[in-house]
Ligand binder design. Structure first.
Ligand code: URA
Length: 262
């Protein structure tokens, strides 16, 4: 090809060739294959005799989700699960995070709250929901007589879909969520709550397989064999205070279920 040919002309020429049915790139100068010297036969195979076909074995692809499922399954308690997550090397988010944010509150509480991912404050301190959204969450819980520092029936247990802060608080990617989901499921199984509260779209996506918190909120669903109530995320409520009315209705609904009024 003329080296002076500009980009547009080169592209037009290429498109023309593709249109004409060209499927293979060949070199600029012709090659006379009759003059080419045949390569020496391979060792052990007589000339003219076809070499036996070498079976092509499928290369087993590494599956980080299967690996997560396996290590999560083998965790026997919450301490073991936290250690397994700390050792799990395949989620890129861990590289940019300062801390693994595992949980707060009381393990074994009736209510398990599932947020999305740590933010800056949570990453710094190593606990979920300690920033402004977390303070609002504490006020919301206290309004129905619950709290992460309360005892027995009034306590809650808190975790997130992702234990590491995504850079710039971006939404987690589907592969990151898929890798960490087996750990979340095992977390729920080991914490043994009666009820799950999933806060925000990411948590709904992880546990209910769908987004659309405005439609989902306030309707009891089921995940991991447990009743689930989707709620607005407290960070959303900070940006949209008018939505606190619906959040209050959902809290009352949760309270009613816990006190067997529904
Ligand atoms: N938002 C979350 O979803 N989780 C946290 O831990 C903090 C903010």
């Amino acid at each position: 090809m003329d080296s002076q040919m500009d980009w547009h002309a080169a592209r037009a020429a290429l498109e023309w060739q593709v249109e004409m049915g060209v499927t293979e790139a060949i070199s600029e100068t012709p090659i006379n294959r009759f003059e080419q010297v045949a390569p020496p036969p391979k060792a052990g195979v007589a000339p003219g005799v076809q070499a036996p076909a070498v079976p092509v074995l499928p290369v087993a692809e590494f599956d980080p989700v299967a690996e997560a499922e396996s290590v999560a399954r083998s965790a026997q308690d919450l301490t073991g699960l936290q250690a397994a997550m700390a050792d799990y090397p395949h989620c890129e988010l861990r590289k940019g995070a300062r801390n693994l944010v595992f949980c707060d509150g009381v393990a074994g509480a009736r209510v398990m709250i599932i947020g999305e991912a740590p933010g800056r404050d949570e990453d710094r301190i190593g606990k979920p929901f300690v920033g402004r959204a977390g303070q609002l969450l504490d006020r919301m819980l206290s309004a129905i007589d619950l709290g992460r520092d309360r005892e027995a029936a009034q306590s809650v247990y808190i975790t997130n879909v992702l234990p590491w802060r995504p850079p710039q608080n971006r939404d987690p990617k589907p592969d990151e969520m898929a890798m960490m989901l087996p750990f979340l499921k095992r977390h729920i199984a080991l914490a043994k709550p009666e009820v799950l509260v999933v806060m925000g779209n990411i948590s709904c996506q992880a546990l209910l397989g769908k987004r659309g918190i405005t439609r989902l909120r306030g309707h009891w669903a089921e995940a991991e064999g447990l009743p689930v109530i989707p709620m607005f995320h407290p960070a959303y409520l900070l940006r949209n205070p008018a939505a606190k009315r619906e959040a209050w209705a959902d809290l009352l609904d949760l309270h009613a279920r816990l006190t067997k009024k529904v």
